[in-house]
Design a protein around this ligand. Sequence first.
Ligand SMILES: [Zn+2]
Length: 250
Amino acid sequence: MPALDFAFTPWTDVEARLTRPTVAVLPLGAVEQHGAHLPLTVDADLALGVARAIADPLDALLLPAMPYGDAWNNAAYPGTLSLSPATLRAAITDIGKGLQEMGVSSLILLNGHFGNHEPMLLAARDLAGGGLPCLHLDYPGLAELAEKHCDSTPAAPHFYHADEVETSMMLALRPDAVRMADAAPSYPTFPATFGAEPMQLRSFNPSGVFGDPRPATANKGRAFIEGIAANAAPIIAAFLHRHGIAVIEP
Ligand SMILES: [Zn+2]
């Protein structure tokens, strides 16, 4: 059974689904610059695509992606719009509480944007403390997948932004929104204090691209999405087992 995608689902289907143990998957995105060749919604688009690949084998509730996130360090590029960490934490916690009240047995948070990481952890802690088992995932094993599938090198270790990885995933999910003619490489010199002080990325990167998006293809994008979902599967299985949650196939 594929996931119950809220974008196509009336409430009556949710009520019927909740008669057996049900997992929900919440993708977390951002409204943030992704260079001159990608739209501002990339992180939500990609998180939703990966969340679908994760939710389908679980017959889970696939929630709409949280469109906004904490994108503070991209604020100097027009179009970027941020939630504060406290607002994001509260929003995730509120959604989780609503799921718990409707009878969902556990929640998987699937994060597609680096800046959401800490608010996501804190929201998961809030929810777990309130009795809702909550798993928080960034893209598991992405560095190894990038190493395996990319023809370009990342701009920095574990840093994938508007590059071959994200552009490939967008070509797989929303090719109509990608302007490959405008894709251009950018390997900025990172300031020595990067990661050690708050810093606007535009202060050392005029284009907003980190890496080289030009070798991106939809096939690589599909390999990333399937690879991330495959890496997530054993973590999710262990999480459900640990909490005694049996996902029963209909
Ligand atoms: Zn991104």
